[in-house]
Each structure stands twice: as structure tokens, then as C-alpha cells.
Write a protein that binds this ligand. Structure first.
Ligand SMILES: Nc1ncnc2c1ncn2[C@@H]1O[C@H](COP(=O)(O)OP(=O)(O)OP(=O)(O)O)[C@@H](O)[C@H]1O
Ligand SMILES: [Mg+2]
Length: 367
């Protein structure tokens, strides 16, 4: 019988924790050290900024998991309606397995008094919610348990977010053991930072989900393959890593597609890698680029092509000159594309693509 090696270990699905994380160690270490440190450590208030598929959701999940071993309970929510209630519900559910029964019953009673009666929420939402959360945090902190709140899909349109940030800020001032990590697309975070209601956010630490360096991609691919009892030659591995461009979703796509070429062979060959890359690039086009481009107008695409051809971070004046349009006209499109999260601002008034590999895709498709 032909042996078939274990199931494909790669995870090209949004939100799926990878078998082996590529890079991101420093971010993880900084935050975990921040949790281990005293209240007031700036790493406890952090923002993750990155385009689709750069690994924000899985990084939040990983940190939440690791935080547990440091004595931190974590609640993980997305910025949408019902966010505040969801935080309380999760604390209650999770504290149950975390705390001794006598404390759980205390928390439960706080919860019922402050939150369980929905009438109170509608009448006096903010105060009730805030006082409930504050007493839960006290209760946890008294047992040496910190509270980490992670907020995914950060959206400035979510009103509850400012209530959360406001309350969090108070808890920080009281030197409670609390932490807040928020993740979002670059344009959403940028908009949020302009909102006076959550100006506290501007002082948070910020981590961009940059491309993962090639050697770290190689390590993660090799480790995933070897831990699943297969092998790959150094040259095949090098090619695979290079073509992911360090983009986390692409690491999984390349891995997945090269693995499935000849799953009965122990070794993943150079040919498997070449075919895998081709499939991965098609998936990337289909899943990310085509839909992004189809949502845009012709002029938007012309703007982007101009930027792609310049080949580096650019200013409005540079694009206007090359595009042969005036600066006002160009800045209108710049704004539209920033709002759509396709490009993002850079220091010194410049901007560049916020979607990894989109530049190469445009140059190829519209060559
Ligand atoms: N550090 C990493 N190493 C290897 N693979 C990763 C890493 N981070 C994320 N991935 C993989 O990349 C894909 C996208 O991850 P994730 O869903 O966290 O992205 P995201 O930034 O939250 O995207 P979106 O903005 O669409 O929600 C998943 O398939 C995940 O397994
Ligand atoms: Mg996500």
C-alpha cells in the first residue's frame, strides 16, 4: 500500500492558527513581558495594524492563549454591536473555570446585579456596564488575575468602542491589572485615531504587521513539514519562502499547495514547489486582488497603476506629475483609496500600497 503522509498541516483559511508561526516573536515577547510587568507598562495598550491576511486575528488568539499561562484571563471580541455585553458574558464564562467556586459566585452576583437584568442596560447603559466591569476586574485582580481584552476588526463606526476605551482608560488610571489589544485594517485604525472620543488610543503602542523575513518563513515552512513527517530540500524550501513575499496568508497558500502535489512522496520536490506556487498565486489573485480591483473605478485603478510604476512610497505631487493630472484631482483619488484601505499613509506625507503584493499584481495584469 502507498503510504500517505499525514493530513495537510497548512492552514490557508482566515483566522486559522498556523501550525508554526512565522516571525512575530518580538511582538509576542513585548506584549507578554508587558503583561508580566506592573500596571502602567505601555505594551498593555497595543494596536495591531495590517492589511487583510497579514495575521492580525491569529496573533490576537496566540497572545490570548499565552497570556493564560501568565495568569491573565482574556476575552476576545470583535468591534460590533453587542461588544460590551459580550465582554461581560465571556468574563463570566471563563472565570468559572479559572477561579475557585466562592469567587465565581461573587462574580455571578455582581454580574446579575449589574448586567443580567437587561432593563438596567437600556436605562443606564454606560454606568451600569462600567461599574460591572470595574467590579469584575477588582474581583479578578484580587485573585492575582489580570484581564486582557482583545478587540478584532476594529471599526471607528462602532460606538461601543469608545465606551470600552473610556472605561479601560479609567481602569489603567486606577492601576488595575488590565490590558487592551486592538487589531484592524490600516484605514480603520487611522480613522479611529482621529476620533477625539478615543484619543487615548493615540498613546497606545502600535505594531504594523510587516512582511515576515525570508529566513523566518523558511523556518516555519520547514518546521511544519518536518513535524508532519515529510521533508523538503534546501533549494526547494528557499524558492517557496521567497515567493510568499513574507505575506502570512501566502505562506499558508504556498505550503498547502506544494504539500498536496504528491502527498504520497515523503519528500516535497522542487517541482511540487513550483506547481504549488502557481496555484497559490492564482488563489491569491482570486481571493484578494480580483475582488479588490473589481470594487474600484477605472480612475482608481489608473491612480494605483501610476503608483505601482513609480515603484516606491510616493507623494501626491509625484503621482500627479506622472499621471499628468493636477494635484487636487490626484489627492481626491488618494483619499478615496486610503478610505478603502488599498493604500495607506506613510511618514512625510507619502503613501504606498497597504495590500502586500498588489503592486506586482497590477504591473503584471495591466502590463
Ligand atoms: N505569523 C504567521 N505565520 C504563518 N502563517 C500565518 C501567520 N499569521 C497568519 N498566518 C496565516 O495567514 C492567514 C491569515 O491570518 P489572519 O486571519 O490572522 O489574518 P487577518 O490579518 O486577521 O486578516 P483579515 O484582515 O482579513 O481579518 C491564515 O491562514 C493564517 O493561518
Ligand atoms: Mg482577521
Amino acid at each position: 500500500m502507498v503510504e500517505r503522509y499525514t493530513k495537510n498541516p497548512f492552514t490557508p483559511t482566515f483566522g486559522s492558527i498556523p501550525f508554526q508561526f512565522a516571525g512575530r516573536e518580538r511582538i509576542i515577547d513585548d506584549i507578554l513581558n508587558g503583561l508580566d510587568n506592573a500596571p502602567g507598562d505601555p505594551n498593555r495598550s497595543t494596536l495591531f495594524i495590517g492589511a487583510r491576511g497579514t495575521g492580525k486575528t491569529v496573533l490576537l488568539a496566540r497572545i490570548a492563549e499565552e497570556a493564560l499561562s501568565l495568569g491573565w484571563l482574556s476575552v476576545n471580541v470583535s468591534a460590533r454591536e453587542g461588544l460590551l455585553e459580550e465582554i461581560l458574558v465571556q468574563i463570566k464564562d471563563k472565570a468559572e473555570s479559572f477561579l475557585a467556586p466562592e469567587y465565581v459566585s461573587k462574580i455571578t452576583s455582581v454580574n446579575i446585579a449589574g448586567f443580567g437584568v437587561s432593563r438596567e442596560i437600556t436605562e443606564e447603559p454606560k454606568r451600569t456596564w462600567r461599574s460591572t466591569l470595574t467590579s469584575l476586574v477588582k474581583e479578578l485582580n484580587d485573585q492575582d488575575i489580570g484581564l486582557l481584552i482583545t478587540v478584532d476588526e476594529t471599526d471607528p463606526g462602532c460606538d461601543a468602542l469608545s465606551d470600552l476605551v473610556d472605561t479601560y482608560q479609567h481602569l489603567v488610571r486606577e492601576r488595575r491589572n488590565v490590558a487592551l489589544i486592538m487589531a484592524g485594517l490600516p484605514n480603520k485604525i487611522l480613522q479611529l485615531m482621529k476620533d477625539e472620543k478615543v484619543s487615548f488610543i493615540r498613546r497606545a503602542f502600535m505594531h504594523r504587521m510587516d512582511a515576515v523575513p525570508a529566513d523566518k518563513v523558511e523556518y516555519a515552512l520547514r518546521k511544519t513539514i518536518e513535524m508532519s513527517n515529510r521533508s523538503i530540500s534546501p533549494s526547494a524550501l528557499e524558492l517557496a519562502a521567497e515567493r510568499t513575499k513574507g505575506f502570512p496568508f501566502m505562506i499558508q497558500l504556498v505550503g498547502y499547495n506544494m504539500w498536496k502535489q504528491n502527498p504520497h512522496n515523503k519528500n516535497i520536490s522542487l517541482n511540487d514547489v513550483q506547481q504549488g506556487i502557481e496555484l497559490a498565486e492564482n488563489d491569491m489573485r482570486r481571493m484578494i486582488f480580483d475582488s479588490t480591483i473589481n470594487d474600484l473605478s477605472n480612475r482608481d485603478v489608473q491612480f494605483l497603476l501610476t503608483l505601482a510604476n513609480i515603484g516606491e512610497e510616493s507623494s501626491t505631487a509625484q503621482v500627479a506629475l506622472k499621471w499628468q493630472k493636477d494635484v487636487n484631482y490626484t489627492s481626491k483619488y488618494r483619499r478615496r483609496l486610503i478610505d478603502q484601505g488599498v493604500i495607506g499613509e506613510r511618514p512625510f506625507g507619502k503613501f504606498d500600497f497597504d495590500i502586500p503584493m498588489l503592486r506586482e499584481y497590477l504591473l503584471e495584469r495591466f502590463a
